[in-house]
Design a protein around this ligand. Structure first.
Ligand SMILES: [Fe+2]
Length: 225
Protein backbone atom coordinates (compact mmCIF):
# COMPACT_ATOMS: atom_id res chain seq x y z
CA UNK A 1 0.00 0.00 0.00
CA UNK A 2 2.80 2.36 1.08
CA UNK A 3 4.73 1.42 -2.09
CA UNK A 4 1.71 2.09 -4.26
CA UNK A 5 1.40 5.55 -2.76
CA UNK A 6 5.08 6.29 -3.29
CA UNK A 7 4.82 5.15 -6.92
CA UNK A 8 1.71 7.30 -7.47
CA UNK A 9 3.48 10.31 -5.96
CA UNK A 10 6.52 9.77 -8.17
CA UNK A 11 4.31 9.48 -11.22
CA UNK A 12 2.48 12.67 -10.33
CA UNK A 13 5.73 14.55 -9.75
CA UNK A 14 7.03 13.31 -13.12
CA UNK A 15 3.87 14.46 -14.86
CA UNK A 16 4.18 17.85 -13.21
CA UNK A 17 7.85 18.23 -14.20
CA UNK A 18 6.91 17.49 -17.79
CA UNK A 19 4.06 20.03 -17.81
CA UNK A 20 6.32 22.63 -16.24
CA UNK A 21 9.02 22.08 -18.87
CA UNK A 22 6.55 22.31 -21.70
CA UNK A 23 5.12 25.52 -20.30
CA UNK A 24 8.50 27.11 -19.67
CA UNK A 25 9.70 26.36 -23.21
CA UNK A 26 6.45 27.69 -24.56
CA UNK A 27 6.67 30.89 -22.48
CA UNK A 28 10.28 31.53 -23.54
CA UNK A 29 9.20 31.23 -27.16
CA UNK A 30 6.31 33.61 -26.60
CA UNK A 31 8.09 36.13 -24.38
CA UNK A 32 6.92 39.64 -25.20
CA UNK A 33 3.69 41.09 -26.45
CA UNK A 34 0.44 41.55 -24.56
CA UNK A 35 -1.45 39.05 -26.72
CA UNK A 36 1.14 36.41 -25.99
CA UNK A 37 0.80 37.05 -22.28
CA UNK A 38 -2.90 36.38 -22.62
CA UNK A 39 -2.03 33.17 -24.45
CA UNK A 40 0.28 32.12 -21.63
CA UNK A 41 -2.41 32.78 -19.03
CA UNK A 42 -4.74 30.56 -21.06
CA UNK A 43 -2.09 27.84 -21.37
CA UNK A 44 -1.65 27.83 -17.62
CA UNK A 45 -5.43 27.62 -17.32
CA UNK A 46 -5.30 24.49 -19.49
CA UNK A 47 -2.67 22.98 -17.18
CA UNK A 48 -4.82 23.70 -14.17
CA UNK A 49 -7.92 22.29 -15.87
CA UNK A 50 -5.97 19.10 -16.56
CA UNK A 51 -5.02 18.91 -12.87
CA UNK A 52 -8.34 19.77 -11.26
CA UNK A 53 -11.46 20.95 -13.04
CA UNK A 54 -13.05 22.41 -9.90
CA UNK A 55 -10.03 24.66 -9.22
CA UNK A 56 -9.92 25.75 -12.86
CA UNK A 57 -13.60 26.71 -12.90
CA UNK A 58 -13.18 28.43 -9.53
CA UNK A 59 -10.41 30.63 -10.98
CA UNK A 60 -12.62 31.65 -13.91
CA UNK A 61 -15.44 32.68 -11.56
CA UNK A 62 -12.97 34.49 -9.30
CA UNK A 63 -11.62 36.41 -12.32
CA UNK A 64 -15.19 37.55 -13.14
CA UNK A 65 -15.82 38.74 -9.57
CA UNK A 66 -12.40 40.44 -9.51
CA UNK A 67 -13.22 42.40 -12.66
CA UNK A 68 -16.48 43.68 -11.17
CA UNK A 69 -14.81 44.65 -7.87
CA UNK A 70 -11.94 46.40 -9.68
CA UNK A 71 -14.43 48.41 -11.72
CA UNK A 72 -16.36 49.31 -8.56
CA UNK A 73 -13.08 50.53 -7.02
CA UNK A 74 -12.45 52.64 -10.15
CA UNK A 75 -9.08 51.04 -10.74
CA UNK A 76 -7.21 51.95 -13.92
CA UNK A 77 -7.49 49.61 -16.88
CA UNK A 78 -3.91 48.39 -16.28
CA UNK A 79 -4.65 47.66 -12.62
CA UNK A 80 -7.91 45.94 -13.53
CA UNK A 81 -6.17 43.81 -16.13
CA UNK A 82 -3.50 42.80 -13.60
CA UNK A 83 -6.17 41.97 -11.01
CA UNK A 84 -7.98 39.74 -13.53
CA UNK A 85 -4.77 37.91 -14.48
CA UNK A 86 -3.95 37.34 -10.80
CA UNK A 87 -7.53 36.09 -10.36
CA UNK A 88 -7.05 33.59 -13.18
CA UNK A 89 -3.65 32.41 -11.94
CA UNK A 90 -3.96 32.72 -8.16
CA UNK A 91 -4.27 28.98 -7.60
CA UNK A 92 -1.89 27.86 -10.36
CA UNK A 93 0.46 26.52 -7.68
CA UNK A 94 -2.12 23.80 -6.97
CA UNK A 95 -0.69 21.85 -9.89
CA UNK A 96 2.06 20.72 -7.52
CA UNK A 97 -0.27 19.59 -4.74
CA UNK A 98 -0.85 15.84 -4.79
CA UNK A 99 -4.31 14.73 -5.94
CA UNK A 100 -4.71 12.76 -2.72
CA UNK A 101 -4.50 16.06 -0.81
CA UNK A 102 -6.07 18.48 -3.29
CA UNK A 103 -9.11 16.31 -3.88
CA UNK A 104 -9.41 14.86 -0.39
CA UNK A 105 -13.00 14.85 0.78
CA UNK A 106 -12.39 14.76 4.53
CA UNK A 107 -10.52 17.01 6.93
CA UNK A 108 -6.86 17.65 6.07
CA UNK A 109 -4.13 16.52 8.48
CA UNK A 110 -1.65 19.23 9.61
CA UNK A 111 0.93 17.84 7.14
CA UNK A 112 -1.60 17.91 4.31
CA UNK A 113 -2.54 21.47 5.17
CA UNK A 114 1.15 22.43 4.98
CA UNK A 115 1.28 20.85 1.54
CA UNK A 116 -1.77 22.86 0.39
CA UNK A 117 -0.10 26.05 1.62
CA UNK A 118 2.82 25.40 -0.73
CA UNK A 119 0.58 26.38 -3.66
CA UNK A 120 1.57 29.96 -2.86
CA UNK A 121 4.99 29.65 -1.24
CA UNK A 122 6.47 27.55 -4.06
CA UNK A 123 5.25 29.71 -6.93
CA UNK A 124 8.73 31.19 -7.60
CA UNK A 125 10.35 27.80 -7.99
CA UNK A 126 7.55 26.65 -10.25
CA UNK A 127 7.92 29.28 -12.92
CA UNK A 128 11.46 30.62 -12.66
CA UNK A 129 11.89 31.20 -16.38
CA UNK A 130 8.72 32.99 -17.08
CA UNK A 131 9.74 36.62 -16.89
CA UNK A 132 6.78 38.18 -18.69
CA UNK A 133 4.32 36.87 -16.09
CA UNK A 134 6.72 37.20 -13.16
CA UNK A 135 4.83 40.17 -11.71
CA UNK A 136 1.52 38.26 -11.85
CA UNK A 137 3.06 35.23 -10.15
CA UNK A 138 4.53 37.47 -7.48
CA UNK A 139 1.15 39.14 -6.80
CA UNK A 140 -0.55 35.72 -6.67
CA UNK A 141 1.71 34.77 -3.77
CA UNK A 142 -0.19 37.21 -1.55
CA UNK A 143 -3.75 35.95 -2.01
CA UNK A 144 -3.82 34.10 1.34
CA UNK A 145 -2.43 37.01 3.32
CA UNK A 146 -4.79 38.51 5.91
CA UNK A 147 -5.38 42.21 6.35
CA UNK A 148 -4.39 41.86 10.03
CA UNK A 149 -1.09 40.15 9.18
CA UNK A 150 -2.19 36.65 10.24
CA UNK A 151 -2.19 35.09 6.77
CA UNK A 152 0.50 33.24 4.82
CA UNK A 153 3.17 32.90 3.42
CA UNK A 154 4.65 36.29 4.44
CA UNK A 155 2.39 37.52 7.25
CA UNK A 156 2.06 40.80 5.31
CA UNK A 157 -0.39 43.32 6.76
CA UNK A 158 -2.74 46.05 5.40
CA UNK A 159 -1.19 47.94 2.50
CA UNK A 160 1.87 45.68 2.55
CA UNK A 161 -0.42 43.26 0.71
CA UNK A 162 -0.57 44.34 -2.94
CA UNK A 163 -3.96 45.75 -3.92
CA UNK A 164 -4.42 43.11 -6.64
CA UNK A 165 -4.09 40.35 -4.03
CA UNK A 166 -6.47 42.11 -1.62
CA UNK A 167 -9.09 42.21 -4.39
CA UNK A 168 -8.51 38.57 -5.34
CA UNK A 169 -8.73 37.47 -1.68
CA UNK A 170 -12.30 38.81 -1.40
CA UNK A 171 -13.43 37.30 -4.72
CA UNK A 172 -11.72 34.00 -3.82
CA UNK A 173 -13.46 33.80 -0.46
CA UNK A 174 -16.87 34.59 -1.95
CA UNK A 175 -16.57 31.87 -4.56
CA UNK A 176 -15.14 29.33 -2.11
CA UNK A 177 -18.05 29.90 0.28
CA UNK A 178 -20.83 29.95 -2.30
CA UNK A 179 -19.75 27.09 -4.54
CA UNK A 180 -20.65 23.51 -3.78
CA UNK A 181 -17.95 20.92 -3.06
CA UNK A 182 -18.24 17.14 -3.03
CA UNK A 183 -17.79 17.16 0.74
CA UNK A 184 -20.02 20.10 1.65
CA UNK A 185 -22.92 22.11 0.28
CA UNK A 186 -22.49 25.78 -0.52
CA UNK A 187 -23.15 28.47 2.07
CA UNK A 188 -26.24 30.61 1.53
CA UNK A 189 -25.54 34.12 0.27
CA UNK A 190 -26.79 35.42 3.60
CA UNK A 191 -24.27 33.36 5.56
CA UNK A 192 -21.38 34.19 3.21
CA UNK A 193 -22.18 37.92 3.39
CA UNK A 194 -22.32 37.75 7.18
CA UNK A 195 -18.90 36.08 7.34
CA UNK A 196 -17.47 38.74 5.04
CA UNK A 197 -18.92 41.53 7.17
CA UNK A 198 -17.63 39.97 10.40
CA UNK A 199 -14.13 39.49 9.00
CA UNK A 200 -13.82 42.79 7.17
CA UNK A 201 -10.67 44.48 8.50
CA UNK A 202 -9.50 41.14 9.96
CA UNK A 203 -9.06 38.87 6.97
CA UNK A 204 -10.02 41.29 4.20
CA UNK A 205 -9.44 44.91 3.28
CA UNK A 206 -12.62 46.78 4.38
CA UNK A 207 -12.57 49.02 1.28
CA UNK A 208 -12.56 45.96 -0.97
CA UNK A 209 -15.30 44.28 1.07
CA UNK A 210 -17.46 47.43 0.73
CA UNK A 211 -16.87 47.43 -3.04
CA UNK A 212 -17.83 43.76 -3.13
CA UNK A 213 -21.10 44.49 -1.29
CA UNK A 214 -21.94 47.08 -3.96
CA UNK A 215 -21.12 44.53 -6.68
CA UNK A 216 -23.37 42.06 -4.88
CA UNK A 217 -26.29 44.51 -4.83
CA UNK A 218 -25.84 45.39 -8.51
CA UNK A 219 -25.03 42.02 -10.07
CA UNK A 220 -25.20 39.02 -7.79
CA UNK A 221 -28.17 39.29 -5.44
CA UNK A 222 -30.63 38.15 -8.13
CA UNK A 223 -28.95 34.74 -8.25
CA UNK A 224 -30.71 32.26 -6.01
CA UNK A 225 -28.78 31.57 -2.86
FE1 LIG B 1 -5.40 29.68 -2.95
Amino acid sequence: MQNNHAAADREEKGRFALMKNIFNSFSRALFGSRDKKEEMVNTLGDLLEEKDEYTYEHTLRVADFVKMIAEELNLSSDETERCVKVGKLHDIGKIIVRDAVLKKEGKLSPEEYQEIKQHVSRIPELFPDNHSLAQIFHLAMYHHEWYNGKGYPFGAKGDEIPLEARVVAVADAWDAMTSRRVYRSSFSHEKALRIMRENSGIQWDPTVVEAFFRVYEKHLCQQAS
